[in-house]
Design a protein around this ligand. Structure first.
Ligand code: RNT
Ligand code: ZN
Length: 430
């Protein structure tokens, strides 16, 4: 079956996508894979697009200053969004090239403050009313994050775990308000807003005391989460990290810190693919954490050496993550992207990363059941053989069909649309 498909696909006549799809569906059917069920499942998995890819983690506070917090954006590609309307237009363009219904992930620094100076401990749902109206009009869900960096009160790299009570209080208030904003978004849109707390706090050199900052962080988080809010509106998540730039020796909010915190406080744990040792994958962590927590959040990213935020490519790490998400139950895993690249067209960066995550999910949904059967029978030879054979199954034809049925151009045609948008819109911005 597969050989017949390959010959047809490589022959002089390029089959129309529906021919290719028909052959691919037959091929999968002989392996006991229900392609239609896989496509239905894929259409039901939303991905949260990180707004911060659109403007290099800039935001709209217009106060200048360093990004900081161990985050660094490389590149100066022309045409970055300068206003909320431009950012929304860019997101709309990206979403039009991505099959399925998705979500947008906002940071507190993306509020619309009408030219006023509204400090982080003063933000309110009203500052996000345009985002909410836009999300409603475009049938998108929203997710949210307090912004605990790029601010004078975070200038020394510490926020919720700061040794000074006044600084902790400032950030506690910011995070409390962020949860209220998340709840307002979830209430307005009828879908819970995952509100994720990540803080940069960490030490460049060896601390004399690792325990006290962690005690302060746990106490601060307990204050942040003190007010119960309905889970149907807001889902609290906490995100750990091994190290950041300038925080190489100790990060207060480490993986173990937040694993314990999320388990004891019943919060969602956020696993960011770029926040561990370079050879350590989050794929293997998903099933373990889901044994003890009903839901988790993933920040799908690609770490390269010490940077955690490259555009997601369809590599082995991504395939392994998607496979575990599908195997453990996609409804229990909230998927968000987290990278920022200013060295290429920013809209293309969204499109490439999101489509890659969807392709990886599709490959996982199309996994032949004989692989599990072999494992159950103790036949590890067959398991390995079938896993490797599965890599050359014709998932591309299924992907193209998925794009077409979702009203999105298949293959590389999206790139021409991004280039046209760059010529007609982005190039006029500088
Ligand atoms: C930083 C974390 C965090 C941020 C965003 C901007 O290392 O991954 O999630 O990337 O909040
Ligand atoms: Zn992250």
């Amino acid at each position: 079956m597969l050989a017949a498909f390959t010959v047809t696909a490589m022959g002089s006549r390029k089959p129309s996508p529906s021919d290719a799809f028909r052959l691919a569906r037959e091929c999968y059917a002989t392996l006991g894979v229900d392609v239609d069920a896989a496509l239905k499942a894929l259409a039901g998995i939303p991905i949260s697009l990180q707004c911060w890819q659109g403007d290099d983690v800039g935001g709209f506070e217009r106060q200048g200053g360093e990004l900081g917090g161990g985050l660094a954006v490389t590149g100066n590609y022309p045409g970055k969004a300068r206003t909320p309307d431009e950012l929304r237009a860019d997101l709309e363009k990206a979403l039009s090239l991505i099959p399925g219904r998705h979500r947008v992930n906002l940071h507190a620094m993306y509020g619309e403050f009408g030219g006023q100076r509204v400090d982080r401990d003063e933000i309110e749902p009203a500052h996000f009313k345009n985002w909410i109206a836009w999300a409603k009009a475009n049938r998108l869900g929203l997710d949210f994050n307090p912004t605990c960096f790029a601010h004078p009160q975070a200038a020394d790299g510490f926020t919720l775990s700061h040794r000074e009570k006044g600084i902790r209080t400032f950030w506690i208030e910011h995070c409390r308000r962020s949860r209220e904003i998340g709840a307002a978004m979830g209430r307005a849109l009828g879908t819970p807003c995952v509100t994720n707390v990540w803080i940069p706090d960490g030490f460049k050199d060896t601390p004399a005391d690792r325990l006290a900052p962690r005690e302060r962080l746990a106490a601060a988080l307990d204050d942040v989460f003190a007010k119960p809010l309905p889970r149907k509106h807001v889902l609290d998540a906490v995100e750990g990290k091994l190290f950041g730039i300038g925080a190489e020796s100790c990060t207060v909010g480490s993986h173990e810190f937040y694993l314990g915190y999320a388990l004891t406080r019943r919060k969602l744990l956020c696993l960011d693919a770029g926040h561990f040792h370079p050879t350590e994958s989050i794929a293997d962590k998903i099933s373990s954490v889901l044994l003890y927590l009903p839901e988790i959040l993933l920040h799908v990213s690609r770490g390269v050496r010490w940077d955690s935020d490259h555009v997601v490519t369809l590599n082995d790490d991504l395939l392994a993550i998607a496979r575990e998400v599908v195997a453990c139950g996609p409804h229990r895993v909230h998927l968000g992207l987290d990278y920022f690249d200013a060295s290429i067209n920013r809209i293309a960066a969204w499109v490439i990363g999101t489509r890659n995550l969807q392709k990886a999910l599709l490959i996982a949904l199309l996994e032949p059941p004989a692989i599990r059967t072999a494992e159950l029978a103790g036949d590890n030879t067959a398991r390995l053989a079938l896993q490797e054979e599965a890599k050359s199954l014709p998932f591309g034809a299924v992907w193209d069909y998925f794009c077409e049925t979702q009203g999105v151009t298949a293959g590389e045609a999206w790139l021409a649309e991004v280039k046209a948008f760059e010529n007609n819109v982005l190039s006029k911005r500088d």
